[in-house]
Ligand binder design. Structure first.
Ligand code: NYM
Ligand code: MG
Length: 216
């Protein structure tokens, strides 16, 4: 009987370097949104469970080799394969939290300093994907990251790559709208509070008539 449209969900992206605390913060954010009474899903990229995701996983673990451009496009394809389902969830009122997205996609690839793989080149396959309503960048200093223990064994988890990635994140987020930079060097609770404040403001601004946009 009711013709009142369901308020759509929000698309929330959490980005940052390895060891910035993204996964723990995403879990806390999921619980926070759920306690508000909203439907919520938490997904992550790469999604290593799909056929494309398995190729990515084997590359990251160092069990296989891929051309830089080729692996870049696989990471992007791994987002495209769930783009539709993200849009459907959002339309039906579910908020979707995404641990890493196109921003990780472009900075990690461009950090390889391959002469034919620029940030601009890397962004092209992302155009048309659902555009986040807010991107939370968990910013952490190299010193603080070092305190959180050594690097893992995966590809990209070394000092050279991480410092290039840090610079490139800074470059792209200077120009990007709807980015909230969070000091991830603070305590877990303080970081969570900062995230919750930014997300609550973002959700308060959304209404049923604000469509989900696309990356351009
Ligand atoms: N990564 C992640 C990329 O290089 N491109 C992408 O598009 C995405 C989503 O994968 N070091 C890199 C960043 C990480 C690595 O991610 C694995 P995680 O969140 O550590 O599982
Ligand atoms: Mg990692």
């Amino acid at each position: 009987l009711s013709t009142r449209p369901t308020r759509r969900g929000a698309l929330i992206v959490v980005e940052g370097l390895d060891r910035a605390g993204k996964s723990s913060q995403c879990e806390m954010l999921r619980d926070f949104i759920s306690k508000r009474g909203d439907e919520v899903k938490y997904i992550r990229f790469p999604d290593r469970t799909t056929a494309i995701g398995k190729l990515i996983d084997s590359y990251l673990r160092g069990s296989s080799h891929q051309d830089d451009h080729s692996i870049h496009l696989l990471f992007s394809a791994n987002r495209w394969e769930v783009a539709k389902s993200i849009e459907e969830d959002i339309a039906s009122g579910t908020t979707v939290i995404v641990d890493r997205y196109s921003y990780s996609g472009v900075v990690y690839s461009a950090a390889k300093a391959n002469p034919t793989l620029s940030l601009e080149w890397a962004w092209q396959p992302e155009i048309g994907l659902p555009r986040p309503d807010i991107c939370l960048f968990l910013s952490i200093s190299p010193e603080e990251a070092a305190k959180r223990g050594g690097f893992g064994a995966e590809r990209y988890e070394n000092e050279t790559m991480q410092s290039r990635v840090r610079e490139l994140f800074r470059t792209i987020f200077e120009k990007q709208q709807d980015v909230s930079i969070i000091d991830a060097g603070k305590s877990i609770e303080e970081v969570a509070q900062g995230i919750q404040g930014a997300v609550s403001d973002c959700i308060a601004r959304l209404d049923a008539t604000t469509p989900l946009r696309k990356l351009e």
